[in-house]
Design a protein around this ligand. Sequence first.
Ligand code: SF4
Length: 331
Amino acid sequence: MTGTAPSSAAPLLEVVGLKKHFPITRGVLRRRQVAAVKAVDGVDFTVAEGETLALVGESGCGKTTTGRMVLRLIEPTAGSVRFAGHDLTGLDADALRPHRRDMQIIFQDPYGSLDPRMTVAQLLEEPLVIHGVGDRRQRRARVMELLELVGLPQAHALRYPHEFSGGQRQRLGIARALALRPRLIVCDEPVSALDVSIQAQIINLLEDLQRDFGLAYLFIAHDLGVVKHVADRVAVMYLGRIVETAPKRRLYAAPRHPYTQALLAAVPVPDPFVRKAPIALPGEIPSPAAPPPGCHFHTRCPLAVERCRVEVPALRLLEPGHEVACHLATA
Ligand code: SF4
């Protein structure tokens, strides 16, 4: 959202070789592993301070699992997550606690993440209590400040989550994520459950907060139309792997991976005089329990050649900041 985040700055977040393989077990006690669902199969990316990296792809591509592994809400099978110079991967719960303050999450369904029996004041105060921040008076002042930051009246502090609209509940989710003054927020499909007009309000709020507090966002989405408004850089995932990553303007102007091209061709253009022919992708996204060999995308790719069926394409640098995992891609 900052437009041109500095690519040379030391990254706030650095993810290397991250994998999550969920075992498929059989037997009476389900102790015999017979296969694995490779939800995430070796992803690398960085997020700089104040930058928004969008992680996009169809449902089941592994983007949400990736976001949760970054926060250690799901334990990785392999790989590392470095945050502000600290390797988080091997830390136990106590050692992880101070870093948790700096890394928060906004969920797609804020209602599911807000305890319906708690008032807004209690919900917003809870993270401060858990992390031992301030005394009671200071925490209450912070709750009022948070409501103001997300554009909700302070009088709403005594209401319960069911008394709010979807957009207001997402504002509460954002306020809760902001409570501990984080440096990075994983935004997991934060607007996909909202009406289009409300989506714009929430996106604007996230942009304002980023500008005011220098927040970094890992913005997880399936909608490339939304991502166009929020991202500095975009990483496209398919079946657990990143297939293309580029600065936003470059990705939208000159996508090089056939999967990215198909996703972008499917984004509606808000101009009745512009006609786009969507690139039809045959078939369904294959199961991550049995991904196709070679290039995972070859079963749906209109350009696939024999090499694609046997050889995994490496993520190659085509231009500064623009990497593509396709045997045929050229700059
Ligand atoms: Fe298509 Fe082959 Fe490129 Fe994969 S490597 S995207 S199958 S052309």
